[in-house]
Design a protein around this ligand. Structure first.
Ligand code: IVH
Length: 686
């Protein structure tokens, strides 16, 4: 290499641009493989030329040397907090106060616009850039002095190491960018699950986990957590003159910072309130926790004249949503038995309203969860509920104990069948080992009939229990004998002929469910809906399944030895084989009707990727149509993809296709190819 320094600079720029596209804009521009190649080349060059190493290098995102403590950092300008308003009335009162100060200041006739943003429930931080380079990052601390967490912030890929300014634009001498670091909800759930499995204490909420992640002594530990950031303002600057908050947000976006795209500008306080309510409604549909909306007066001139009262600016207010946590009494801990025999404790709570719903029950997963949370029956506990998520007990208020609380003891016998429970080595869950346990059978039937499996409407938990107790239902195959008992069903209390006939019709209809849904409904351990879909590739029919050995099964995508063994074990039981034969005899679909690929269809030899919603076709139908035309549908775009079909709201696959030069068709284009009207597109040579 003649010019390693030049190549290092070039690679850093390529990687920074790709990171910006991926982590800030959410629009990937390069293939993962290409990105990995750049990273490897850069690592190799930096290894060979230590003099070229730099803290700003994207290779450093994995974390620098651990800090022993965090040094104090004085903020150039205080990091303020916000006063709160709840509801339209308090919001209007805030605006009346602000307007009256504006009038005193001679700005009464100014037309005011407001900016409404999500109030991210994360960790406030300040990012200092000097001459366009990220030089220091700090927590808020007490607003005046924070802690230096620069090394940890460098691991966050959404934080640019260098500003991305248009060519020739000189960077401002100093800018302090303010924003909120957070852990996306999906990552939070995953982190807690991993910690619980490892016997570590779980985080009570995403904010605590973000705080914990950012204050890791070892930046490599922070790098493991997929933290992100929303930037919401400029705290201090030298060499920048921005007249409004919107101008600041636009400047931040242009400089490569991650700014929420759903921030709105509105013209009056009624519209402000409507926008706050709209955020409250969308609260459950975004991938980060928000505890309110922030309303800001846009004009910086007005902001400066309004100033602050105490620590809170007069020009901004937090519109708070009702909390998603509440305190109530833990009345008892009951234990239910799942379809695999797992004993699952759950909390019985004194009913309490949380985030607009009454909560009476909450899951406790397993006895370790109860122990880890340190719960005792009779405790006052914090209950949390977010969106549609199952309510959770966060933990007890130990300081409120009276001494009358009693510890929870996991039963040593199954609460449903009294069989002594077992705890398989290495598992956290206690199990009832009795395969004929009534609770397991009923839960298994419930799973079989559920939406994702055979989808038998009307065969819910209560009905299953009744039929089970009547001796009508002990195995999946018995479901298909129910029509023979129509008279008996109608005679049962609470059943009318209409409801019985609806149920029988639903049972009949379920016979046509595709083979993978039946495979999933059987409730074989480790075989979820996705695995079942994958298994039909190697076991496209019941006969093929019965004949498949472990090696064959393990060839299915995502199926490893454990899953393959589990399937094989299921099939080694005579009772299970007999069950499958009864289901076949009842007329259930036990072959996967994928049309055989013709050797000379319009798409023979072509590999197609579908992305986005199609109008004329469901996803499954489109796959079938492509297969029937001789083509193969795969899930990800690569150089060997023949073409991509992009429907409504296509995802990152479209961008990837474009970056790889893979041709893209719309739905009409696909139809034309399928009908033979036009030939499939060819990749441009080169
Ligand atoms: S502006 C002067 N905007 O809320 C205005 N803050 O109580 C200062 N926060 O410490 C903050 N999302 O941690 C602002 N879009 C947003 C915010 C936001 C979350 C947090 C921030 C701040 C606290 C104020």
């Amino acid at each position: 290499m003649s010019d390693p320094a030049g190549r290092v600079a070039e690679l850093r720029e390529l990687i920074d641009a790709a990171n910006h596209a991926y982590y800030v804009l959410d629009q990937p521009t390069v293939a993962d493989s290409e990105y990995d190649d750049w990273m490897r080349e850069l690592e190799a060059l930096e290894g060979a030329h230590p003099e070229l190493a730099s803290d700003e290098s994207p290779t450093r995102r994995v974390g620098a040397a651990p800090a022993t403590r965090f040094a104090p950092v004085e903020h150039r300008r205080q990091m303020l907090s916000l006063a709160n308003a709840r509801g339209a009335e308090e919001l209007a009162a805030w605006w009346r106060r602000a307007r009256s100060v504006m009038e005193q200041e001679g700005m009464g006739s100014r037309e005011t616009t407001f900016v409404v943003e999500p109030k991210i429930d994360g960790l406030a931080i300040s990012l200092t850039y000097e001459d366009g380079r990220f030089t220091q990052g700090a927590t808020r601390g007490d607003g005046v002095t924070g802690e230096d967490v620069t090394a940890n912030l460098r691991t966050i890929r959404a934080i640019p190491a260098r500003m991305r300014l248009p060519d020739g634009t000189p960077p401002p001498a100093v800018v302090e960018v303010r924003g909120e670091v957070y852990l996306p909800l999906a990552a939070f759930a995953e982190l807690n699950a991993t910690r619980a499995a490892a016997g570590l204490p779980t985080f009570a909420n995403p904010r605590n986990s973000a705080a914990g992640s950012l204050r890791q002594i070892d930046p490599a530990a922070t790098a493991e957590r997929p933290l992100s950031i929303w930037c919401y303002g400029i705290g201090y600057s030298e060499g920048l003159d921005l007249p409004s908050h919107t101008a600041a947000l636009d400047w931040l976006r242009a400089a490569g910072f991650r700014v929420n795209p759903d921030i709105r500008v509105v013209g009056d306080i009624e519209a402000v309130h409507a926008e706050c309510v709209s955020w409250e409604e969308r609260r459950g549909s975004v991938d980060f926790d928000i505890d309110g909306a922030v309303v800001k007066i846009d004009d910086v001139d007005v902001q400066e004249r309004l100033g602050a009262v105490g620590r809170a600016p007069r020009w901004a207010i937090a519109y708070k949503f009702p909390p998603t946590t509440a305190v109530t009494r833990l009345d008892g801990i009951m234990v239910s038995v799942g379809r695999t025999g797992a004993l699952v404790p759950f909390a019985q709570l004194e009913p309490v309203s949380v985030g607009g719903a009454t909560v009476r029950l909450a899951t406790l997963h397993n006895q370790d969860d109860v122990a880890r949370k340190g719960l005792m029956i009779g405790d006052r506990v914090i209950v949390q509920r977010a969106g549609d998520v199952i309510p959770q007990v966060v933990g007890p208020l130990v300081q409120e104990r009276t001494g009358d609380e009693t510890p929870f003891v996991m039963p040593d016998r199954c609460p449903a069948c009294d069989t002594p429970v077992v705890q398989p080595p290495g598992e956290v869950q206690m199990r009832c080992p009795n395969r004929s346990c009534p609770a397991q059978i009923q839960q298994g039937l419930f799973h079989f009939a559920s939406r994702g499996a055979m989808d038998i409407e009307g065969l819910g938990e209560k009905t299953i229990r009744r039929f089970y107790e009547e001796g009508l239902l002990t195995s999946f195959a018995d479901i298909y004998d129910l029509p023979a008992h129509r008279d008996r069903l109608i005679a049962m209390e609470g059943f009318k002929d209409v409801s019985v006939d609806n149920l029988l019709a639903a049972i009949e209809a379920s016979k046509a469910r595709p083979w993978p849904r039946l495979l999933y409904g059987l409730g074989i351990r480790h075989v979820g809906a996705v695995t079942a879909e994958a298994l039909v590739a190697v076991a496209p029919s019941l006969d093929a399944l019965l004949a498949a050995d472990v090696e064959t099964l393990a060839q299915a995508e995502g199926v490893g030895p454990v899953v393959a063994e589990s399937v094989r074990e299921f099939l080694s039981s005579d009772a299970n084989v007999e069950l499958l034969e009864r289901l076949r005899a009842a007329g259930l679909t036990v072959v996967h009707d994928v049309p055989a690929a013709p050797a000379d269809g319009p798409l023979t030899g072509r590999t197609v990727v579908l992305t986005g919603g199609l109008e004329a076709y469901s996803r499954d139908d489109a796959k079938r149509a492509v297969t029937a035309a001789g083509g193969k549908v795969t899930g990800s775009v690569s150089k060997s993809t023949s073409f991509v079909v992009a429907g409504v709201d296509p995802g990152s696959k479209l961008a990837k296709a474009e970056s790889l030069g893979v041709p893209v068709l719309d739905e009409a284009g696909l139809l034309a190819v399928l009908s033979g009207e036009s030939p499939p597109p060819e990749r441009a040579a080169g």
